[in-house]
Design a protein around this ligand. Sequence first.
Ligand SMILES: [Zn+2]
Ligand SMILES: [Zn+2]
Length: 371
Amino acid sequence: MTSSQEARAVVLEAFGEPVSTRGLPVPDPGPGAIVATVELAGVCGTDVHLQAGRLPIPLPVVLGHEGVGRVAAIGAGVTDDSLGAPLTAGDLITWGSSISCGDCVYCRDLQEPTLCERRRIYGINRRADEWPYLGGAWAEAIYLHPGSMVVRLESDTPPEAVIALGCAGPTAVHGLLGVAPVAVGETVVVQGAGPVGLATAMYAQLAGAARVVLVGGPASRLERARALGVGDVHLDLDAQGPAERLDAVRSLTGGRGGDLVVEATGVPAAVAEGLDLCRPGGRYLVLGQYTDHGPTPLNPHLVTRKQLRVLGSWAFSQADYAAYLRTVPQLAARFDLPRLLERFPLSDAQGALDAARAGEVGKAVLVPDAA
Ligand SMILES: [Zn+2]
Ligand SMILES: [Zn+2]
């Protein structure tokens, strides 16, 4: 931080415009709150969509819904993290991106906190021109409100591994292990080799899938997946057409198709192909359509004739984030997660956004204390 009262922060002021860096006041933490200095902040596809104005959010906003940092100041009453570990200044922590209200029908009655009507999300719907200003991780400091999921990182949970998957990790946890669980011995087909696709494939492997087929492109993304050990079979979108991909999946599965097919592309047209790739009686999980890219033609006859279960999954809860953090040691032991990282200084946040948009990097990460 440049002074005890001000922190540099990356602010989205207007849709379609480059982000800017400005100084914002650092408030003292109120009761139950924490102020943390940010050490690593993830850049994800959602940030690209936010900048383009594809999601309705209030502006200006400090971007950044994925972060790892250190406790700088603790408000009255905070003694432990959200999992019960003692918390003191200087501890390395991470935090869940959202706080559900706990009081709406979805939170209280239906127990679906990701569907909360009043979900507060760091880096997305917190205004930068209202107290406490520092509502996103793309900054030297962030203000963590009471009710945040704050977890102290132990030595077996390296910050680089936590941030390497960013929100894709808990998004995959919510979808794959919550909404559409993988059964041991299944063939799982993952459409998409971006962060959500990679995280989904990793969790399918951890969960005991017999085989994970990763369908994606460009070739460099599949190459990265192979190098990480993600996926058993890799089908290149650019080298094979839909009919060839279907043949390939069927030939791996006795002519039937995948037991579970997961859409992680964000491309509406992928859904029609995904229904084709499911075996009769299989499940199809639509996980990657976080941004509304409009309707797409598909053949609903397949859903009936194959008796498919078609499921959706939206975001992730604080509990999903905790489950993600509990599995990071296993993920990090099995996959070379830090290899995904590409570091950018806070001053080059726009460069990081551009790299994320181009799909040039595994995971763009901002390092606020870099020059
Ligand atoms: Zn709610
Ligand atoms: Zn994200």
